[in-house]
Design a protein around this ligand. Structure first.
Ligand code: C5P
Length: 215
């Protein structure tokens, strides 16, 4: 059984998908973390961003392991490193080229084989699992997403204005919506959930209600 949760940056997909997976006893796959991990690995190896062949080889060979909500590359826990602004800035070099996406998509399908899984990202319901049992597109207005992000940053002592966050977020939205393959969009058969004005708990409950209707 496969449940896909796609949507733009800052829509709260990861935390909702993780909680829904826990409640259903499903596994959870954060595909943004995969793109982040491969980007971090390519940076460590100093692979040139325009050397697509080398990036494809790296994406093909890379071994990612998840354990207790942490992600490991070559036995190193890189859960924090992959959230750095530098990684976020460079992700498009790994997320844009269709040949690299093909490799990462194959890994996602391999991971999901024979499992009950909640998988979240941008292209899970459209490209990776078009036959998923339940597809949710989780979204919110840019302003709401930026406000949530600001509160999240404040909890870890980081101060950023909503305007600064909006500028970076708009740029990411644009890149995510424009890529030739795997672009951010709702699948034709996805349920679109607009979460403005909802608390995280309300979103969780609504997603669970929608998912249970599909099961
Ligand atoms: O979800 P998260 O913000 O961690 O994703 C980081 C980036 O990885 C996204 O902005 C997007 O460019 C890329 N990504 C993607 N396809 C996915 C998941 C993430 O291209 N399925």
């Amino acid at each position: 059984m496969i449940i896909t949760i796609d949507g733009p940056a800052g829509a709260g997909k990861s935390s909702i998908a993780r909680r829904v997976a826990n409640e259903l006893g499903f596994e959870f796959l954060d595909t943004g973390a995969m793109y982040r991990a491969v980007t971090w690995g390519a940076m460590q190896r100093q692979i040139a961003w325009d050397d697509v062949d080398a990036l494809v080889d790296f994406a093909d060979a890379v071994c990612l392991v998840w354990q207790d909500d942490c992600i490991y590359l070559d036995d190193q826990d890189i859960s924090e490193e992959i959230r750095s602004p530098q990684v976020t800035r460079h992700i498009r070099h790994l997320a844009d080229p269709p040949r690299i996406r093909e490799r990462i998509t194959s890994q996602q399908r391999r991971i999901a084989t024979g499992r009950d899984i909640v998988t979240e990202g941008r292209d899970q319901g459209t490209e990776v699992f078009p036959d998923a049992h339940c597809k949710i597109f989780l979204t919110a207005s840019p302003e709401e997403r930026a406000r949530r992000r600001q509160q999240q940053l404040a909890q870890s002592g980081q101060v950023m204005s909503v305007e600064e966050i909006l500028t970076a977020q708009n740029q990411r939205d644009l890149e995510d919506r424009m890529r030739p393959v795997g672009r951010l969009r709702a699948a034709a058969d996805a349920i679109v959930l607009q979460t403005d004005g909802m608390t995280p708990d309300e979103v969780r409950q609504e997603v669970l209600r929608l998912v249970r209707k599909c099961l």
